[in-house]
Design a protein around this ligand. Structure first.
Ligand code: NAI
Ligand code: MG
Length: 491
């Protein structure tokens, strides 16, 4: 089937419409179905199951059985071999995953391809780590020995958002499996398909039945019973602050450990001595990649006054030249993920316009020029925004960049830290000492110097303040799925 046929409305393949439980797709005969939309043309293209608490019970039971009956006894090196095979399969079948990811989420095909490669990379990284999570030994008095073990937590519940469906699923499923945990994942109701396909792929890679289960459905019907389930030992949640708080409250009932990744309002500091071209490209990518629907988007440009006018004029010129279109046509810039989200983003800007903010470009909805359809919002740049304005303070999660003007590096730091979030930050300067001072003093979980989004699965990722707690990626990400046991012996 060609991309044009898919854009015209043909379902790309028979997509699964049931949960993936105990190694196979299953749909209850009385299942309540929902539809997933293609944001590029604002039309439904495939249906899936809105799971119930009973479905969640089944998935958790399946994971519990697989954890204690099979998976925790599989040698770490063998776990690694299975994860390596999954990574290889994901690379082989990458195009199929990328097309479905682009169609379901709206993101440009090249970005979806990058996400799938990143997902495969996460499986490779943690495949190589399965047999390297070593314990420690401790200096006790003569006559004693003390050492520690890392044991798998058990069953991990993973709540996945719609902005990076396959990569968020991979970055939590891979380390959980590597650490010896079983998983029940719930993808977002806007983008359920690639997580289902990933679970099926893991099965073909040799993962025993029940070790990785996926239940689909809304947050209320499926997500809430999953995170409240007494059979869950650990929760990884990525999404909004409000939902994260409700997940945290629910986790408190069973004292379930959790990792919360709750988004941000990340600053990109651009100092006068930066490499101008690198900074312009970096700032545009930071806010307009995936149409700004990135928890770590660089949504606040903090720029030194002496270069502001020329720099911002160039940003506007390039943002206006973006090719906008359906994700599968691989444009520079795709749609927002849902109608509700489009309304949320435009509501933010409309309210700000009434307050008199300067909208340099964008600030309105648009559509796919080929079809006249879709949920698009133009790349938007707001100049000289006050630190107290809602546009600067709230996570918009869309293609809206606010510009704040700084007198010098110290002022830039103060503006950057004047924020309730602390996920990531970018710094552009050719003075490495200044860059490192800013990196030290910015309150965020990850700092990118001279290339926004630099790094990969090797680097711990996660937030401070309202952005959450716990770290994903890196070896630290795997430790989120293990618990330390220390053992003391009298000789
Ligand atoms: P959300 O936080 O409600 O949804 C994220 C995930 O949580 C979805 O899978 C959803 O089904 C699930 N969920 C919802 N309620 C739940 C509950 N009570 N228990 C368990 N799981 C539940 O976010 P939503 O409504 O999709 O987007 C709202 C805003 O959240 C966005 O505008 C954006 O600002 C932020 N967001 C941040 C993300 C990030 O990467 N940190 C990702 C998605 C959204
Ligand atoms: Mg969709």
């Amino acid at each position: 089937m060609t991309i044009d046929e898919i854009i015209a409305g043909k379902n790309p393949e028979a997509l699964p419409d049931g949960h993936f439980i105990d190694g196979r797709f299953r749909r209850a005969s009385d299942a309540r179905m929902m539809e997933s939309y293609d944001p590029g043309r604002a039309e439904a293209f495939a249906s899936f199951t809105n799971g119930t608490a009973d479905d969640v019970d089944e998935a958790v039971d399946s994971a519990r059985r697989a954890f204690s009956g099979v998976w925790r006894d599989v040698a770490p090196a063998e776990r690694g071999r299975i994860l390596f095979r999954a990574a290889a399969l994901l690379r082989e079948e990458g195009e199929r995953f990328a097309v479905i990811e682009s169609l379901d989420s709206g993101k440009p095909l090249s970005e979806a391809r990058g996400d799938v490669r990143g997902a495969a990379r996460a499986f490779e990284y943690y495949a190589g780590a399965t047999d390297k999570l070593q314990g420690d030994s401790f200096p006790l008095a003569r006559g004693y020995l003390g050492f520690s073990l890392h044991e798998p937590m058990g069953v991990s519940a993973q709540i996945i958002p719609w902005n990076f469906p396959i990569s968020t699923a991979a970055r939590s499923i891979a380390p959980a499996l590597a650490a010896g945990c079983a998983v029940v994942a719930k993808p977002a109701e806007q983008t359920p398909f690639t997580a289902l396909l990933l679970a099926e792929l893991l099965s073909r890679a040799g993962l025993p039945n029940g070790v990785c289960n996926v239940v689909t459905g809304t947050g209320a019907a499926t997500g809430a019973p999953l995170v409240a389930h007494p059979g869950i030992d650990q929760i990884t949640f990525t999404g909004s602050v409000a939902t994260g708080q409700s997940v945290m409250r629910s986790a408190a009932d069973h004292v379930t450990r959790l990792v919360l990744e709750l988004g941000g309002k990340s600053p990109v500091i651009v100092l006068a001595d930066c490499d101008r071209e690198a900074a312009i490209t970096g700032v545009l990518g930071a806010i307009f990649e995936n149409a700004g629907q990135i928890c770590s988007a660089g949504s606040r440009l903090v720029i030194e006054r002496s270069i502001h006018d020329d720099f911002v004029a160039e940003l506007v010129k390039r943002a206006e030249a973006f090719r906008i279109g359906h994700g599968l046509r691989d444009p520079d810039f795709g749609p927002l993920n849902s109608k509700a989200h489009l309304q949320k983003v435009s509501g933010f800007v409309d309210a700000a316009r009434k307050r008199g903010v300067t909208v340099l470009t964008g600030g309105e909805t648009t559509c796919d020029p080929e079809s006249g359809k879709g949920w698009f919002y133009k790349p938007t740049i707001i100049d000289d925004a006050a630190a107290t304005d809602d546009l600067v303070r709230e996570e918009i999660f869309g293609p809206v960049l606010t510009v704040q003007i700084a007198e010098d590096a110290a002022h830039a730091l103060a503006l950057a830290n004047d924020c309730r979030y602390g996920l990531v930050a970018g710094v552009y300067t050719s003075n490495i000492a200044n860059a490192l001072k800013l990196a030290r003093d910015i309150d965020a979980g990850q700092i990118f110097i001279n290339e926004y989004f630099a790094g990969g699965i090797e680097l711990p990722f996660g937030g401070n303040k309202l952005s959450g707690f716990g770290r994903e990626k890196g070896i630290e990400g795997m430790l989120s799925y293990s618990k330390t046991k220390s053992i003391a012996i009298k000789l």
